[in-house]
Write a protein that binds this ligand. Structure first.
Ligand code: SF4
Ligand code: F3S
Ligand code: FES
Length: 248
């Protein structure tokens, strides 16, 4: 057991400041354990969102010493002895209170995305696909919707004006998953990503990939292939001609 200093941002949409807590830390604990101890012993009204404490619900996202992280998966032994631990709410989304932000931006963007559209002549139970296709999309389905990638992407992080046209990396992996899905009957996923989701705003900085707790290769396996296909569709005259001829 030792004692550490935690600096926790407290406030609401109108503003706030850091509150400092000296708090007990035990071997094997994670940042969320310590935040819960602060709540239990010193600040019962401290607002924090969490649920599973197992890195699976995506609720406890925050910025710990400036790095976007899941608090329940951030071990205290990551920090130097005596180093203060500073926690702030996700920066890209509006603060509700203390460490809780309003992430409805992400749900609004998800709602705009056309759903999976299986072929009309197949009944549920008749869907068949190759294992290789299952595995390709499995990576993207590991997403826990923590929105750390959305919070980190510089396109929207300090640019509120880019939020309307830009859906962000979490939605790009969803678009890529559906575009690669052999049973998705829509043929406009790439156009939709480019025109409605703002894929063109992404300049492949890969910051989203760096913070993903599920280690999804967002940029290499979803964004870059989608960009290549958009470029192929739009600028390769043969692809363009083929689509003109064969499109219903
Ligand atoms: Fe979180 Fe990764 Fe999903 Fe982004 S892609 S929301 S970082 S799990
Ligand atoms: Fe943003 Fe990721 Fe592209 S951080 S700029 S969506 S590579
Ligand atoms: Fe569920 Fe941290 S509490 S991911």
């Amino acid at each position: 057991m030792n004692e550490r200093t935690f600096r926790v941002w407290r406030g609401d949409a109108g503003g706030g400041d850091f509150a400092e807590f000296d708090v007990e830390v035990n071997e094997g604990e994670v940042v969320l354990d310590v935040v819960h101890r602060i709540q239990a012993e010193q600040a019962p009204d401290l607002a924090v969102r969490w649920n599973c404490k197992a890195g699976k619900c995506g609720s406890c996202s925050a910025e710990v010493n400036g790095m976007p992280r899941l608090m329940c998966m951030t071990r205290m032994n990551l920090f130097e002895e005596g180093e203060a631990v500073t926690i702030t709410p996700l920066r890209t989304f509006p603060v509700v209170r203390d460490l809780v932000t309003d992430v409805s931006f992400n749900y609004e963007k998800a709602r705009r995305m056309p759903a999976f559209a299986p072929p009309a002549d197949l009944e549920p139970g008749e869907y068949r696909m190759q294992q290789v296709d299952v595995e390709r999309s499995q990576e993207f389905r590991k997403c826990i919707e923590c929105f750390l990638c959305q919070n980190t992407c510089h396109v929207v992080r300090d640019h509120e004006e880019n939020k309307p046209p830009f859906s962000g990396p979490r939605l790009f992996i969803r678009a890529a998953e559906l575009d690669m899905h052999p049973l998705d009957a829509r043929d406009d996923r790439r156009e939709q990503a480019q025109d409605d989701q703002g894929l063109g705003y992404c300049n492949i900085t890969k910051c989203c990939t760096e913070v993903c707790p599920e280690h999804i290769k967002i940029t290499d396996n979803a964004i870059i292939p989608m960009k290549e296909r958009v470029a192929g569709d739009r600028y390769d005259p043969l692809v363009w001609l083929g689509r003109k001829i064969f499109r219903k």
